[in-house]
Design a protein around this ligand. Structure first.
Ligand code: FCB
Length: 454
């Protein structure tokens, strides 16, 4: 693999997954704090109240980022730290991110900030959350403060992280906060997230006249049919509509896919929430496109499923999440985006894997994660050889953290976190990533030997 000098390497985290400091310095509760308290929702009822204690240990974490040698670090702001109550700005909340951003820059690391990575304040949820169209205005209040206070130091803005998860896992499937199972709510919630995205892009460019690049991050899953049968093809079309097209089409084509609108209409009472002009705003041009890629989907027809598909048996090697390891399908995905959707520079804003890590004599030999990362970086390098213009890669994640409904059971970090002591231990994958970054993919060595001096 090989990466040119302009390609950027980074690592990524999000506020609720690492910060802790649940009620400190004016923070109020988010929907993830309350969701974690509901029995049966999160593995062993874990929560992010302490998490990686990053709020107090960010200096140490910055040193780790620096030692990895990456150019950029992607993190998100906690909305309930900045607006603990409706319309009430908390200076200490924004001050934390100013401090963090400033320190990153002093250490030569470019901050990439995500405005929304799922921790909606409870006050907003109590007024209907994303289902309420007013959420767009609440989000813009957050965006405005962040632009005012942080824009001069920020390298790039990401409006939303994975509206599929926040919208469909949160309001349709119920596996994420707020845990609702209502498709009508889900499509409204997604619409308001996408609308707030478009308006936040407009605000940065028009009101702030800012040149800072801004984009959105979608999680995309290339979908394949188990067989060539018409039924399985239909299943794949619907799964693709539900996972990918429902987000790609509005953002790049200014319309929701009609086949999916029809399919969803069994549960969606009316599409009257789409107001005149909304779709143009959602499709406001951005500067780059962020993609989180983890796995492919293999599906087959199922009459029992609302949208006629279900996951099919796959014999691929899997990560600790049970997800197929599928770097070739990652390439298919990017090629499709180029053919059907966009010429914008692409950034892989998340990619990584969970495995069952063990600490042995102070080391974590996570060879499977090393292999996963190498395969996906090789894919990025191949894609760029084809002219696909992938300009950066953020590894998920800098360190083990609160993995949503899986709590601390799933470890995605390249740095191990001992959640009893908060000790951080570099895994072999961290050494290997540092080596790749340093050599820009030019040279291959055996992890854990010559790289240990990094
Ligand atoms: C993505 C999320 C991120 C993390 C990874 C494993 O869906 O954006 O917060 O949980 O998955």
């Amino acid at each position: 693999m090989k990466f040119n000098d302009n390609f950027v390497f980074g690592t990524a985290t999000s506020s609720y997954q690492i910060e802790g400091a649940r009620l400190e310095e004016g923070r109020s509760l988010s929907i993830w704090d309350t969701f974690c308290d509901v029995p049966g929702k999160v593995y062993k009822q874990h929560n992010g109240s302490i998490a990686c204690d990053h709020y107090h240990r960010f200096e140490e974490d910055i040193q780790n980022i620096k030692q990895l040698g990456v150019e950029t670090y992607r993190f998100s702001v906690s909305w309930p730290r900045i607006f603990p109550q409706k319309g009430v700005l908390n200076p200490e909340g924004i001050a934390f991110y100013k401090k963090l951003t400033k320190r990153l820059i002093e250490e030569g690391i470019k901050p990439a900030i995500t405005l929304y990575h799922w921790d909606l304040p409870v006050w907003a949820h109590e007024e209907g959350g994303w289902v309420n169209r007013e959420s767009v205005e609440w989000f813009l209040d957050l965006a405005r403060v962040c632009y005012e206070e942080l824009d001069t130091d920020v390298d790039s803005w990401i409006t939303h992280n994975e509206p599929w998860c926040a919208g469909f896992l949160g309001y349709h499937q119920g596996f994420h906060a707020p845990g609702h199972t209502n498709m009508d709510e889900a499509v409204r919630a997604v619409h308001h997230m996408l609308l707030s995205h478009g308006k936040a892009v407009e605000m940065l460019k028009n009101e702030f006249q800012s040149k800072t690049p801004i984009g959105i991050t979608l999680n995309l899953t290339p979908i394949y049919a188990k067989t060539d049968s018409v039924n399985d093809q239909l299943a794949a079309n619907n799964a693709d509509g539900y996972s990918n097209r429902w987000f790609l089409d509005p953002v790049f084509k200014g319309q929701y896919p009609v086949d999916m609108m029809n399919l969803f209409s069994k549960y969606v009472h009316s599409y009257d929430f789409i107001e005149q002009g909304d779709m143009e705003i959602i499709a406001t041009p951005c500067d780059f496109f962020g993609i989180n890629y983890y796995s492919r989907g293999l599906v087959e027809f199922s009459a029992a499923n609302d949208f006629l598909h279900r996951g099919a048996y796959s014999d691929y090697d899997k990560t600790g999440m049970g997800w197929d390891i599928a770097p070739n399908e990652f390439k298919d995905l990017i090629r499709r985006l180029r053919a059907e959707y966009t010429d914008l520079p692409i950034f892989i804003t998340e990619n990584g894997a969970a495995f069952d890590d063990v600490v042995e004599n102070g080391r974590v030999h996570d060879q499977e994660r090393v292999d996963y990362i190498e395969k996906h970086l090789q894919a990025v390098s191949d894609l760029n050889d084809e002219g696909m213009n992938v300009q950066g890669y953020y590894l998920w994640s800098l360190m083990d953290n609160f993995e949503w409904s899986f709590g601390y059971d799933k470890r995605f970090g390249i740095i191990y976190v001992d959640f009893d002591t908060q000790e951080r231990i570099w895994k072999d994958s961290a050494y290997r990533y540092a080596e790749i970054v340093k050599n820009r993919g030019n040279q291959k060595s055996n992890t854990g030997t010559d790289v240990l001096s990094v």
